[in-house]
Design a protein around this ligand. Structure first.
Ligand code: IPM
Ligand code: MG
Length: 358
């Protein structure tokens, strides 16, 4: 029987409770599809700061590198908000993305049929379905550029730098075109090439890479227009490729179009098969420990883990189908509607497991 190693970075806030549900689901799929999983817990974010003083201890990097995939809950919380930038929980998240070379972040914004009414966008704009894949560059740009404080004209000032190299742009563009080939063969490049030099290089490079993919349609939007088009006519999008910061912003926007931020999964991929999987939402410290967090984004992230790191398409498809089915009758409070049963975090995990076992 094939055995896989998964490192769990449960993190802070609701992180531990939602990861627990995803682990239950993974265990059901392991039993059903005849493989086994060894889990290792490692510290990241606030939990790591409390235990070791650092948001990303070296042992965490070592554990992740020794595994087939990493499943992450969420990091951050009020308690650590006043620490200097390089010691905040978020620095641990950026650090693990960089340390594992996870430059490609896939964020699917999908509306599950039963949740259509949860979207703030009118039915006639959404149509029958919404399925957008945001491909966000994850280890470059302004998140990792030179930054600092200095004085300008005797006044305190601060700066952050947006910079991209051609190879960094080429590899994320190729990921986007490859993903589009398996979908509706359309890539929308999002940049700010009317103002930013880094965006002009970005666009030139995407155009060059596009020559390798004559079968994929390519168009370009400035990021301000893209933000507007996402709510005006989201159905025009198939795959969106964009920089780290624009992808951060547009994926939150896309998540609301899809109904709830509690539903969206993500995969952060490297050139090898090692990937890190996490919900796109945060650690929600205000509801931590209350048993009301929505675990579905993490469960769907576990599905992406099976698909992208372990190559188990069928097991992944089954998880998506089970999530869609469970939404017909049961909801956590964030997406609850009249006519559905209101369930806890753990009950939601159990219901998905039961559907998978049928
Ligand atoms: C995300 C988050 C992170 C980011 C934060 C927590 C550093 O917003 O994954 O989208 O900006 O990348
Ligand atoms: Mg974000």
């Amino acid at each position: 029987m094939k055995n896989y190693k998964i490192t769990l970075l449960k993190g802070d806030g609701i992180g531990p409770e939602i990861v627990e549900q995803a682990v239950k689901v993974l265990n059901v799929q392991a039993e059903k599809h005849d493989f086994s999983i060894d889990y290792t817990d490692a510290l990241l974010g606030g939990a790591a700061i409390d235990a070791t003083g650092l948001p990303l201890p070296e042992e965490t990097v070592t554990a992740c590198k020794a595994s087939d995939a990493v499943l992450l809950g969420a990091v951050g919380g009020y308690k650590w908000d006043t620490l200097p930038g390089n010691l905040r929980p978020e620095a641990g998240l950026l650090g693990i993305r960089a340390a594992l070379g996870l430059y490609a972040n896939l964020r699917p914004a999908v509306i599950f049929g039963p949740l259509k009414s949860a979207s703030p966008i009118k039915d006639e704009i959404i149509g029958d379905a919404l399925d957008i894949m945001v491909v966000r560059e994850l280890t470059g740009g302004i998140y990792f550029g030179e930054r600092g404080r200095r004085e300008v004209n005797g006044q305190p000032a601060a700066f952050d730098t947006e910079m991209y190299t051609v190879p960094e742009i080429q590899r994320i563009a190729r990921v986007a075109f490859d993903v589009a080939r398996k979908r509706n063969k359309k890539v929308t490049n999002v940049d700010k090439a009317n103002v930013l030099e880094s965006s002009r290089l970005w666009r030139e490079t995407v155009l060059q890479v596009a020559e390798e993919y004559p079968d994929v349609e390519l168009n370009h939007l400035y990021v301000d227009n893209a933000a507007m088009q996402l709510v005006r006519n989201p159905r025009q999008f198939d795959v969106i490729v964009t920089s780290n910061i624009f992808g951060d912003i547009l994926s939150d926007e896309a998540s609301q179009i899809a109904g709830s931020i509690g539903m969206l999964a993500s995969a952060s991929l490297s050139d090898g098969s090692l990937g890190l999987y996490e919900p796109i939402h945060g650690s929600a410290p205000d509801i931590a420990g209350k048993g009301i967090a929505n675990p579905l984004a993490t469960i769907l992230s576990a599905g992406m883990l099976l698909r992208y790191s372990l190559g188990m398409e069928k097991a992944a498809d089954e998880i998506e189908a089970a999530v869609s089915a469970v939404l017909e009758t049961a909801r956590t409070p964030d997406i609850w509607e009249e006519g559905c049963r209101k369930v806890s975090t753990a009950e939601m995990g159990d219901l998905v497991c039961q559907l998978l076992q049928k």
